[in-house]
Design a protein around this ligand. Structure first.
Ligand code: BG6
Length: 475
């Protein structure tokens, strides 16, 4: 029994979700089609620009119903309250507010839906932490504008922010501008996050870094605007921390790991927290012939729109090295090299609680602003037993070990203010569109093909987490 007693009063103990993986109601209440809505559950199920039409006879689209929070939000929020959550990370579906992204007026019914959700959360004293764009954008923005590679998206995003900031200014205080914004530094997220629907040939670093630059500018403008609308707003960046250890003590591997950390993790933090591009990025762009258009005002905009808090997702770590023949390990957003000291999840993601302490210290040393862990969790294939119970001891073990390391980081002096593990209840997995890869504290009866009653069952981890929250982290 270890005793973890040092979590600050008011610590955000929550759980996380995203609209396109959780909400459902994809074509209800005047919502437009999101980029996520045309993704099927096939492993390579991304439909491209040539076929953006929904063909439900031919394909199954997991986001369309997802876990159906849209119709069950009252019951679900009641369950969150029973679990003791004092915060809930969710995202707003942009196309529910602006169905085409470039509409003149917002969709009132969509805005009302989130009013209802926030009011319901308030009823139970659950603080919403809202991601403004979590791997989606109205599909029209991809088709008509080519997604974030087009500078026009900046103003459309800021208009969307202006609408939701004003509407919810007394209901939401914590905002995150883009989920895992650094996914654009790797190939994977280009389609969903960039809302670009690009062909493989177009998926170049130059296009992705240009899109990323537009998101940086949009984020900075949103931060400034948010503070004008409500000075109490706390607005954060959200980085997928892709921790890559050197695979050996060969200085070449150490350097390679440092460069990985700089370009994959630090670049986005530096721009969003410090307000300017770091010098290593400039060298990288030059050496790789990446020419992005940065307008004159952009430098000023980035400087004036720095975030109040740094949020991150952390699931696993990999190794980075010069010997490419070494065994590969999969992971969140990137594939790296295997680490012989770590065990992996069923999906091959290497479990590394101590790595979380390292990451928290690394980030805090550099930025010195409050940190929130807004995603962390274990994807596993849960089984409902004959007593209708889910004994997910492996998930408890994973979370317990990570919470212990959070505690150690707090003792190191890190200003960690919240933890919203992935996920509040089972939802669609991002990488494969599966339901089988479950993360929730609450089981949702649904399979990979969309069959099931959607019935909710509290897992063993539900009761365990409730106790952790009640005791403010004492394990
Ligand atoms: C993060 C995303 O990268 O990882 C989530 O922000 C995602 O949307 C989570 O669900 C887990 O990944 P996956 O692919 O296992 O669902």
């Amino acid at each position: 029994m270890s005793h973890v007693k040092n979590f600050p009063t008011g610590f955000f103990w929550g759980a996380a979700s995203s609209a396109n993986q959780f909400e459902g109601g994809w074509n209800e209440g005047g919502k437009g089609v999101n980029t996520a809505d045309i993704i099927t559950n096939q492993k390579d199920g991304f439909l491209r620009l040539t076929t953006p039409q929904i063909d439900s006879d031919k394909y199954y689209y997991p986001s369309h119903e997802a876990s159906d929070f849209y119709h069950n939000y009252k019951e679900d929020i009641k369950l969150f309250s029973e679990m003791g959550l004092n915060s809930f990370r969710m995202s707003i579906a942009w196309a529910r507010v602006f169905p085409n992204g470039d509409d003149e007026c917002p969709n009132e019914e969509g805005l009302k839906f989130y009013d209802n959700v926030f009011d319901e959360l308030k009823k139970y004293d659950i603080e919403p932490i809202v991601t403004i764009s979590h791997y989606e954008a109205p599909l029209n923005l991809a088709i008509k504008y080519g997604g974030w590679r087009n500078r026009a998206l900046i103003n459309l995003y800021v208009k969307y922010c202006d609408t939701i900031f004003r509407r919810y200014k007394d209901k939401v205080k914590h905002w995150l501008t883009f989920n895992e914004i650094n996914c654009l530094t790797v190939s994977f997220g280009a389609i969903t996050a960039g809302a670009m629907i690009i062909s493989d040939e177009e998926n170049t670093e130059e296009v992705r870094f240009q899109a990323l630059h537009h998101q940086f500018v949009a984020s900075a403008l949103a931060v400034k605007l948010g503070h004008e609308i409500n000075p109490d707003f706390k607005i954060g960046c959200m980085i997928a921390y892709m921790c890559g250890y050197p695979s050996t003590c060969n200085p070449m591997d150490i350097l390679k790991a440092q460069q990985h950390d700089q370009m994959k993790n630090m670049l986005c933090g530096d721009v969003q927290v410090r307000g300017y591009y770091p010098s290593f990025a400039k060298r990288y762009f030059e050496e790789n012939n990446i020419n992005i258009v940065v307008e004159e005002n952009d430098v000023e905009i980035l400087k004036n729109g720095t975030v109040d808090l740094y949020s991150l997702s952390y699931y696993m770590t990999n190794c980075v090295g010069t010997d490419a023949s070494k065994d590969k390990a999969s992971g969140n957003l990137i594939v790296g090299l295997k680490n012989p000291y770590l065990k992996a999840s069923e999906w091959g993601w290497q479990i590394d609680p101590e790595g979380l302490r390292w990451v928290l210290n690394n980030v805090y040393d550099r930025y010195q602003i409050p940190i929130m862990i807004v995603e962390n969790g274990l994807g596993a294939e849960d089984i409902v037993d004959e007593n209708n119970q889910v004994n997910d001891d492996y998930r408890i073990e994973y979370l317990r070990r990570h919470i212990e390391q959070m505690s150690e980081a707090i003792k190191d002096g890190v200003n960690l203010i919240g933890y919203t593990p992935w996920s509040c209840m089972d939802l669609v997995s991002l990488s494969g569109g599966e339901m089988k890869k479950r993360y929730g504290f609450i089981y949702v009866d649904k399979d990979n093909d969309g069959n099931g009653t959607l019935k909710r069952i509290k897992k063993k981890s539900f009761y365990w987490y409730k106790q952790i929250i009640e005791q403010n982290g004492i394990i």
